[in-house]
Ligand binder design. Structure first.
Ligand code: MSP
Length: 512
């Protein structure tokens, strides 16, 4: 039976245009989805848009559009962005869809039937920008006397209204037990400590309905109440798996294997979400993997600073695969990182054009020139041949381990170690000098290089699907045999290779 794997991105608020931060979460999730498919899994990869709540209602009003029309437009923009960035999602969910309303309604009823929902009155601070409630202790006062949330800097307002509550306070011990039983649930460990201390600090009941606006999913049998947008949004992950129809074939994918999230939304995913699910008798997800934020030239991206990076524009300047590579290579997944053109150019020119591109180009042009472009057969191996091939053949295991931990930059670093060894090998073996003196040995060296590059390229497909696809064409690996399992079958000796063409261009500053 094929192993199933369910990956999600957060669903994006439709209150503004997509930017590179959004593209980052989706590209990271895409890399894992593609890797799992290559590794023989039946993958379900979900993304989409989060369309309810006050923030979207306000953004639509500011744009002078009816809320649904506005949501349709921005949702499409996010979808176009995902397509343009090569995000290979299997389903695009929108929280304004009927299937999602049905799912939220049923989840609510189950939580209510479990005795975890009661009617009360909410009085406290709310930040529309974060769609989150805050305690007094989480706020700071600005010189003008107004208050903002300390962490996100979002302005807060005092809210007082009738509200249904979720008995989160009753879930403290069960959540702590859950984290203990599932030590891999939250990644990275710094975020895990943050979540644990939040839960240990005591949980208050959570307001899960609002009455002061109507852009949301109605609470069953409670006129005037709409569901809190985070309860609504989180539920998307089970909606897409078919909930409440647990006989649906997709339901076999639940629980999700990895929810990708930014560090700002870990609490919703790692505290509220498992509590809602456990209350409703549904298994919580296996893992919540959180990433750090991108800043631009050291500054937070913001509309007012005018430094918001549009992912499609960046891909147009440097190449889509170059950007995908940069985003996953430049910083550890969980850490923050700074986006700047020099850093992109340096990775693009040094690692892609030089280290990898030249390695392929040098080896393949020797085959083209000296062997009529025919893939040479394997021959007697020297210790150096074996050392390089062993290092390459160890890569799938190392990369798999890093993928399962979402330590993408380490996976790439492991691959680059072998690329650097292959460059040292070609320099040292100097196959170009063997053409006359020992052509048989030259052929063996070139085959060793092709075999090592084949493993490297196979593993790089999820990161740079288009460029690496072309590289595999040049290496003579048929398009339908590029999975990890296919590595066990050697390339066919004598295969006619296409004329080698550089796959990774150098970035040259356009003339002023
Ligand atoms: N709608 C909620 C998620 C609901 S999931 C059930 C939401 N949406 S969002 O559009 O504001 O953010 C979506 C994702 O983009 C988050 O994971 C967030 O961390 C990420 N990013 C937004 N800005 C970012 C950066 N500057 N850098 C990296 N990621 C950033 O939250």
């Amino acid at each position: 039976m094929t192993k199933r794997f369910y990956i999600t991105t957060p669903i994006y608020y439709v209150n503004g245009a997509p930017h590179i931060g959004h593209a980052y979460t989706s590209i990271a999730a895409d890399v894992l989805a593609r890797f799992k498919r290559l590794d023989g899994f039946d993958v379900f990869f979900l993304t989409g848009t989060d369309e309810h709540g006050q923030k979207v209602e306000q953004a639509a009003a500011a744009a002078g559009l009816d809320t649904q029309t506005y949501a349709d437009k921005i949702s499409q923009d996010f979808r176009d962005m995902a397509d343009a960035m090569g995000v290979s999602y299997d389903d695009w969910i929108r929280t304004t869809e009927q299937r999602h309303k049905a799912s939220c309604t049923e989840l609510w009823k189950r939580i209510e039937a479990a005795g975890d929902i009661y009617l009360g009155h909410y009085e406290g601070w709310y930040a529309v920008r974060d769609e989150a409630f805050y305690d007094e202790s989480e706020l700071v006062i600005l010189p003008d006397g107004s208050k903002i949330a300390e962490k996100s800097k979002a302005p807060v307002e005092w809210v007082r209204e009738p509200s249904y509550f979720f008995k989160l306070s009753a879930w403290q011990d069960r959540l702590l037990q859950f984290y203990e039983d599932n030590p891999e649930f939250i990644a990275p460990s710094s975020r895990k400590s943050e979540v644990l201390s939040f839960v240990k600090g005591g949980l208050r009941d959570l307001s899960v309905s609002r009455t002061t606006f109507s852009w949301g999913i109605p609470v069953p049998d409670a006129p005037g109440h709409v569901m809190y947008v985070w309860l609504d949004a989180l539920t998307n992950y089970i909606t897409a798996a078919g909930f409440p129809d647990t006989a649906a074939p997709r339901w076999d994918f639940w629980p999700a294997d990895v929810h990708f999230v930014g560090k700002d939304i870990i609490r919703f995913h790692a505290v509220y979400w498992p509590a809602f699910l456990m209350s409703a008798g549904i298994a919580p997800p296996t893992r919540v993997s959180s990433h750090g934020w991108w800043v631009v030239d050291g500054e937070k991206m913001s509309k007012s600073l005018g430094n918001v990076v549009e992912p499609r524009a960046l891909a147009k300047t440097f190449g889509l695969d170059q950007i995908r590579y940069f985003l996953l290579r430049e910083k550890p997944f969980g850490a923050d990182g700074s986006l700047n053109h020099q850093a992109i150019i340096s990775r693009m020119n040094v690692e892609l054009a030089n280290d990898l591109g030249n390695l392929a180009q040098r080896s393949l042009s020797l085959i083209a020139r000296n062997l009529d472009g025919k893939l040479p057969g394997r021959g007697p191996a020297t210790a150096e041949d074996t050392a390089l091939l062993d290092a390459a053949n160890a890569l799938p295991g190392l990369v798999r381990l890093n993928m399962d931990r979402q330590t993408f930059h380490e996976a790439l670093e492991d691959i680059w170690k072998v690329i650097r060894s292959a460059n040292a090998y070609i320099d040292h073996q100097a196959p170009w000098a063997l053409r006359k003196t020992d052509p048989a040995r030259m052929a063996v060296v070139l085959r060793v290089l092709v075999d090592a590059m084949r493993v490297i390229a196979t593993l790089l497909q999820p990161f740079m699907p288009e460029s690496i696809g072309r590289m595999l064409d040049q290496l003579g690996a048929p398009a339908d045999t590029r999975s990890l399992a296919d590595l066990a079958t050697p390339l066919v000796d004598g295969t006619q290779l296409p004329t080698p063409r550089g796959v990774f261009p150098r970035y040259v500053e356009p003339a002023a």
